[in-house]
Design a protein around this ligand. Structure first.
Ligand code: NAP
Length: 248
C-alpha cells in the first residue's frame, strides 16, 4: 500500500499509538510530520523514521491550540508539502469519579480530545477538498462502545469525535476526502500503563487473553489511509481483541 507522494500529520506522535502510526505510514512511503505536545519525543519519532530511510519531521504542537496548529501546519507544508492525510491521535484519558469532575477538567478533556481534532480538520480539510483526495482518520476509543468506569469526560469527548467522524464523512463524501475512525481496545502504551488497572489481570478478561500493541492500530490506520480504502467513509475498524463486537 504505497503512500508515495502523500504527506501525513500524526498528532500525539511522540508516544504509544501515535508513534507506531507515524512509523507505519512512513514505512508505506508517506512523508510524515510528527506533532506532539512534547517536541523532544516528536523529534525522537521523526529520527526513528529518518534513521530507517524514511522522510519525517518532528514538531512541538499543542493540538488543542488553534495558533499552534496553524504554525505547525505551515511548517509542515514548508518542509514536506501540502497535507493530505491527518491522523487525529493526540489524547488524554484521566480517570475521575463523575461527581468529582471539575468544570476545568471537563473543558480540558473536551478541548484536547474533541475540539483539537476539529481544529486540525478545519486547518487541513480545505486543501484536501481542493485536491480531490484526502484521508482523515480519528482515533476514538472502544469506551464509546462499552462505556468506561470513571471516565465520563473521556467517553463523552470520544463519543463526540465519533459523531464528528460520521457527520463529516457524509458532508464530504462527494469530494474524495474520506473520514473514518479506529477505536482501540486496550493497547499497551504509556497511557494504559498509567491507568488505574492491573493490565496483566485485565488482559485475562479479554477474549484473546492479551492486550493489543500500538502496531495493531497502526495497521488499521495504514489501510484507511491507502488508495484501496477509497470507497470507505464514516466507518469504524474496531481493533480490540474481540472485546466489543457491536457495529459502531
Ligand atoms: P500516550 O502513550 O499517552 O500518547 C499520547 C500522546 O499524545 C503523548 O505523546 C501526549 O504527549 C500527546 N498529547 C497529549 N495531549 C496533547 C496535545 N494537546 N497536543 C499534542 N499532543 C498531545 O497514549 P496512547 O495510548 O498512545 O493514546 C493515543 C490515542 O489512542 C489517544 O487518543 C487515546 O485516547 C486513544 N486510545 C488509547 C487506548 C489505549 O489502550 N492505549 C485505548 C483507547 C483509545 P504527553 O505525553 O507530553 O502528554
Amino acid at each position: 500500500m504505497s503512500l508515495e507522494g502523500k504527506v501525513a500529520v500524526v498528532t500525539g506522535g511522540g508516544s504509544g499509538i501515535g508513534r507506531a502510526i507515524a512509523v507505519r505510514l512512513a514505512k508505506d512511503d508517506a512523508a510524515v510530520a510528527v506533532w506532539d505536545l512534547n517536541g523532544d519525543t516528536a523529534a525522537e519519532t521523526a529520527k526513528m523514521i529518518t534513521d530507517a530511510g524514511g522522510k519525517a519531521i518532528g514538531l512541538e504542537a499543542d493540538c488543542a491550540d488553534k495558533a499552534a496548529i496553524k504554525a505547525a501546519a505551515d511548517q509542515t507544508r514548508k518542509e514536506l508539502g501540502e497535507i493530505s492525510i491527518l491522523v487525529n491521535n493526540a489524547g488524554m484519558a484521566p480517570f475521575t469519579p463523575y461527581m468529582e469532575i471539575t468544570e476545568e477538567l471537563w473543558d480540558k478533556v473536551i478541548a484536547v480530545n474533541l475540539k483539537g481534532p476539529h481544529l486540525c480538520i478545519r486547518e487541513m480539510l480545505p486543501a484536501m477538498v481542493e485536491a480531490g483526495w484526502g484521508r482523515i482518520i480519528n482515533i476514538t476509543s472502544s469506551s464509546t462502545q462499552s462505556g468506561s468506569f470513571g471516565q465520563g469526560h473521556y467517553v463523552s469527548s470520544k463519543g463526540g469525535l465519533l459523531g464528528l467522524t460520521k457527520a463529516l464523512a457524509l458532508e464530504f463524501a462527494p469530494t474524495g476526502v474520506t473520514v473514518n475512525m479506529v477505536p482501540p481496545g486496550f493497547i499497551d502504551t504509556p497511557m494504559l500503563r498509567a491507568a488505574p488497572v492491573d493490565v496483566e489481570a485485565f488482559a485475562q478478561t479479554l477474549p484473546m487473553k492479551r492486550v493489543g500493541q500500538p502496531e495493531d492500530i497502526a495497521a488499521a490506520v495504514a489501510f484507511l489511509a491507502s488508495e484501496e480504502a477509497g470507497y470507505m467513509t464514516g466507518q469504524t475498524i474496531s481493533m480490540n481483541g474481540g472485546r466489543y463486537m457491536g457495529s459502531a
